[in-house]
Design a protein around this ligand. Structure first.
Ligand code: DC
Length: 220
């Protein structure tokens, strides 16, 4: 009998090491890597291009309109297609998007639009022959998959995180985004109850990945 899909959730603030960890885990455990930050960035790009401001969504959630969400797969990475089209990384990792994304992500209309899509990624992964998913974000272990067997919360001190963004050459004020992401009403960034907490400032990537891989292998 095939075993249950592996679902690993990785939450944490901006630049806490989620993406690097998730990418390595996908490789090590044959999982589909789903970056939900990219989902919020993509919708932010689409809405900015349509001239729809977050305040307008707050007043009229229907302004989001009918968006069709689909999945493209590139290697082990899942990408969100909106109305059949993907939005290139270069267009969602700009300073303008960094400035706006938390404001859009705080809108219930935007979060509701993505929730079922994100949950559907397990079946997408299995259909494509992966053993499951590793999904990173802010509310994955608390809201999207609160019952997942493997839930982690990564953190590092703010100066380490800001240094990581600076080293990547990205203009991104991580503390400003953290503040907005942690204080919103729906699905705020928080440590999911019962998740394992890992300090990525104190451990290198390989150690973090080995730790999580050991948890998965020990349970199967
Ligand atoms: O991980 P990232 O920095 O690319 O995420 C971009 C923004 O998306 C982040 O500031 C908050 C939002 N986000 C969210 O609200 N919920 C998630 N599950 C993932 C990201």
């Amino acid at each position: 009998m095939p075993s249950d899909p592996i679902i690993i959730t990785i939450d944490g603030a901006a630049a806490s090491g989620k993406s690097t960890t998730a990418r390595h885990l996908a490789e090590a455990l044959d999982l589909l890597h789903v970056d939900t930050g990219a989902h919020y960035r993509t919708l932010t790009r689409v809405l900015l291009d349509k001239g729809i401001q977050p305040e307008r969504l707050a007043a009229d959630p229907l302004a989001l309109g009918e968006l069709t969400l689909d999945t493209g797969i590139e290697g082990r990475r899942s990408t969100l297609l909106v109305n059949g089209a993907s939005v290139p990384d270069a267009l969602i990792r700009t300073e303008a998007i960094n400035q706006s994304v938390s404001l859009y992500a705080a809108q219930p209309a935007v979060r509701n639009c993505l929730l079922e899509y994100q949950r559907s990624q397990v079946n997408v992964a299995l259909d494509r022959g992966f053993r499951g998913i590793v999904m990173e974000g802010r509310d994955i272990g608390s809201v999207v998959f609160p019952d997942a067997r493997f839930r982690y919360y990564l953190f590092a001190d703010p100066s380490t995180r800001q240094q990581r963004r600076d080293n990547e050459g990205l203009a991104d004020s991580v503390t400003r985004r953290d503040q907005i992401d942690s204080s919103r009403t729906q699905a705020p960034l928080k440590m999911p109850e019962g998740s394992a907490v890992i300090d990525t400032g104190a451990m290198d990537v390989d150690s973090v990945v080995n730790r999580i891989c050991s948890d998965v292998k020990a349970s199967r």
